[in-house]
Design a protein around this ligand. Structure first.
Ligand code: UDX
Ligand code: ADP
Length: 458
């Protein structure tokens, strides 16, 4: 089969894998190759057991793989034949040196840029898909265009706004696609070429074009605004618990104001995921580096509020369980940072588990999709931690259960059966406000929701 465009994606993770699968599915005329240095990951993409769990992804991959979607570890060959190269390698927070703990670690990105340069015999469009600090594209363009062979690269920013758990839907029906480039004839032509690919299935008016720095900064800003809404509602949840207001009623009341809107107002034990904290700290670092300390402090408080909410959850457990959880079995239901994903990066469940372990609790973790990641994340902890597939077994003999992830199966567990097998008094901490608190109280539990009055039998 002949293809009119060849796309390569470097990095087959949560962003690169699903994004390329949907492009390939929607554009049979485009050959899409996805590469990664991690052979295990590539092998998994080529198997029936994909390396990430995302509803509907197996169907999309199944339709395109072997037709115009290919997974390989041969990065060099992929670079040679590609017209457009998407880069979605990881950009973790720097753990060392200048900007440690805040700035993005760009070593993978720069390595990739040099690899592209070494293997290119003609000019290409290079698209940054990973979230990167503002002006990274500029730095990359300088590395790529510093070659003495006269090869010209156009570097674009096309930030990905998909959320995990809904990645396929977000990619198939995006609110918008954003493509930034230099405002030069070459830059504009390159962004049009990428826009044309998306326009195969996304309405044109939803494909936004911008200058490259606006595109880069928009991604950080979107995540900062989303996280800020959660920290704002979580701040109010603490006040609700003191005043007998109900956070869901407050969220509903303010969400009906069309200027505020109803989404992202669900109070919780805290936000997690690979993006929010990392991107905000990145924004903070950028603001500081320009001397904008008030801007940096403003955004940093969103992360501080989130950490406080996680710590507050542990404190609520401790104080209500008679100020000691030492030796007590506590079941955490859910470890993923949200439902419908196996991803546990920055999960609030991690902070809660560690907080409880520091109090010497016996922590049992259950999750329908994330147990393997939970085991890996908690490899370093000492103390009593157990992993259990079956939520009923996890809860048997426990003094408390805590809902950490809003998995739908947790709404329909047999809580009479769970209660009967627990130590008494039995405590239930609903970190996601997904259960029927009054009914659980009637079963016999002492119930502690987020941002609502606790229901106690004593
Ligand atoms: C986020 C952005 O939504 C997405 O656009 C960007 O591309 C990547 O970062 P993601 O991290 O996958 O996506 O999940 P998201 O749905 O945004 O949830 C993040 C965290 O916030 C989760 O822990 C979730 O449980 C929590 N959350 C979300 C709340 O606590 N309350 C809410 O109302 C919404
Ligand atoms: P994201 O959530 O941003 O997609 P992931 O960590 O899930 O991040 O995926 C990033 C992927 O990029 C990983 O699978 C990693 O192995 C891969 N990667 C990192 N550096 C390189 C590189 N130089 N060449 C190819 N793949 C890389």
């Amino acid at each position: 089969m002949s293809f009119d465009t060849r796309i390569l994606c470097i990095g087959a993770g949560y962003v690169g894998g699903p994004t390329m699968a949907v492009i390939a599915d929607r554009c049979p005329h485009v050959k899409v190759t996805v590469t990664d240095i991690n052979r295990q990951r590539i092998d998994a993409w080529n198997s029936n057991d994909l390396p990430i769990y995302e509803p509907g992804l197996d169907l999309v991959v199944g339709r395109a793989r072997g037709r115009n979607l290919f997974f390989t570890t041969d990065v060099a060959a992929g670079i040679r034949e590609a017209d457009i190269i998407f880069v979605s390698v990881n950009t973790p927070t720097k753990a060392f040196g200048e900007g440690a703990g805040k700035a993005a670690d760009l070593q993978y990105w720069e390595k990739t840029a040099r690899e592209i340069l070494a293997n290119s015999e003609r000019g290409k469009i290079v698209v940054e898909k990973s979230t990167l600090p503002v002006r990274t594209a500029d730095a990359m363009a300088r590395i790529l265009n510093s070659n003495s062979r006269g090869i010209r690269f156009e570097v674009l920013s096309n930030p990905e706004f998909l959320a995990e758990g809904t990645a396929v839907r977000d990619l198939e029906l995006p609110d918008r696609v954003l493509i930034g480039s230099e405002e030069t004839p070459g830059g504009i032509a390159a962004r049009r070429a990428v826009a044309d690919i998306y326009a195969t299935w996304v309405p044109r008016e939803r494909v936004l074009e911008a200058n490259v720095w606006s595109a880069e900064l928009s991604k950080l800003t979107a995540n900062a605004f989303l996280a800020q809404r959660i920290s704002s509602i979580n701040a109010m949840s603490a006040l609700c618990e003191k005043t007998e207001a109900d956070i869901d009623e407050v969220a509903h009341a303010i969400g009906t104001d069309s200027r505020i809107g109803p989404k992202f107002l669900k109070a919780s034990v805290g936000f997690g995921g690979s993006c929010f904290k990392k991107d905000i700290l990145n924004l903070v670092y950028i603001a500081e580096s320009y001397g904008l300390h008030e801007v940096a402090d403003y955004w940093e408080s969103v992360v501080r509020m989130n950490e406080w909410q996680e710590a507050r959850f542990v404190r609520t457990m401790l104080t209500n369980m008679f100020n000691t959880v030492a030796g007590k079995r506590i079941a955490l239901l859910g470890f993923a940072f949200k439902a419908d994903t196996g991803d546990t990066r920055e999960s609030p469940a991690d902070a809660v588990a560690r907080g409880l372990l520091a109090e010497r609790a016996h922590v049992v973790i259950s999750d329908p999709k994330a147990l393997a990641n939970a085991r890996r994340d908690l490899e370093d902890v000492t103390g009593q931690v157990e992993f259990e597939d079956d939520p009923y077994k996890a809860a048997a003999g426990a003094h408390a259960i805590a809902i950490m992830t809003e998995w739908s199966e947790y709404r329909t567990l047999d809580y009479n059966r769970i209660y009967a097998a627990m130590e008494k008094p039995a405590f239930l901490f609903d970190g996601r406000n997904i259960l029927d608190h009054r009914a659980l109280f009637d079963v016999g539990f002492n119930v502690f929701p987020i941002g609502k009055v606790a229901l106690k039998h004593f």
